[in-house]
Design a binder for this molecule. Structure first.
Ligand code: NAP
Length: 267
């Protein structure tokens, strides 16, 4: 399994997503600073953002501040044209102090166009690793799962970011085995399906069946116990949720039986 980033094998397996949560006005940025500090203090290292998450990239940049080097910053390019992608990257270099640890092509948009300059930047050291994100076929005008496979086989990309939770398991049949075969790292997005798995009908998690005590722990550990997965990036701006998520990341892997019990609860 290829590990994420220059921080090495110690990279904790729960990171922090920023979609919606970090798109904050100046007056509320204090919340992001508190959560990022708490995250770093609790061992979280991977922060996932994107230029299309409203103000999230710059809010994350200011929240990290002098702690930038303690973080593994994953962000994205969403641009059909080369010059637009380059412009997004130049801004990211400014925001994240000259380096992006993982630069991903959002929804595979423009992956053929951008692969060449991104590889050169990786050689120069201004990008640590290259990634691809895929949610669903043609999402927002992006690529298909077949294109994701094609791009993974080029040997250019180090990491993929894909959805995985007990209600979204499309990636299990082909993409996860391919990532394993090619030694590509896997970052899980949407571990709570945008929170819908937590906010809809409350579920009862029986510790004796699942090895977990509550739904968020069960969902995070379910994903992380797939041995093809490296890291998961739940989004939160709630300090108690942040700590609960970070804690779940250091728990032992669940057994196949415990994973099956959790999957049955969310079927
Ligand atoms: N590349 C892509 O196409 C793509 C697409 C989607 C997502 N992503 C990435 O993946 C990240 C995560 O996905 P997501 O934001 O869609 O949703 P998610 O992480 O599945 O769910 C986030 C929701 O869960 C809540 N939550 C988090 N921890 C909780 C806890 N311990 N207990 C109860 N509620 C909790 C959050 O609210 P609170 O703030 O109240 O905790 C928020 O409403 C994104 O932020 C983004 O970085 C990437």
């Amino acid at each position: 399994m290829r590990r994420l980033g220059h921080i090495g094998p110690q990279v904790p397996r729960v990171g922090l997503g920023t979609w919606r949560r970090f798109d904050l006005p100046r007056t509320q940025e204090r919340l992001a600073r508190e959560v990022v500090k708490l995250a770093l203090d609790n061992g979280v290292r991977v922060f996932d953002t994107a230029p299309v998450y409203g103000r999230a990239e710059e809010v994350l940049s200011r929240a990290l501040g002098a702690d930038r080097d303690r973080a593994y910053v994953a962000t994205k390019i969403w641009a059909g044209e080369r010059h637009t992608g380059r412009r997004q990257f130049e801004r990211q270099l400014f925001l994240f102090q000259g380096r992006v640890d993982l630069l991903q092509l959002h929804h595979l948009i423009g992956w053929r166009t951008h692969a060449e300059w991104m590889q050169r930047e990786r050689e120069r050291g201004r990008i640590g690793q290259l990634g691809l994100t895929y949610w669903r076929d043609r999402a927002f005008g992006g690529g298909t799962a077949a294109e994701l496979e094609e791009a993974m086989r080029t040997g250019v990309f180090d990491v993929i970011q894909i959805p995985l939770n007990p209600a979204e398991r499309d990636m299990e049949d082909r993409i996860l085995p391919l990532a394993q075969e090619l030694g590509i790292g896997v970052m899980v997005m949407r571990p709570f399906a945008e929170g819908s798995l937590l906010s809809s009908t409350p579920r009862t998690i029986r510790p004796e069946d699942t090895g977990c005590t509550n739904p968020s722990e069960a969902l995070l550990r379910w994903g992380l116990s797939d041995t093809r997965v490296d890291v998961t990036v739940p989004a939160t701006l709630d300090p108690s949720h942040l700590i609960a998520n970070a804690t779940a990341g250091s728990a032992p892997l669940l057994s196949d039986e415990q994973r099956a019990a959790i999957a049955a609860i969310y079927r």
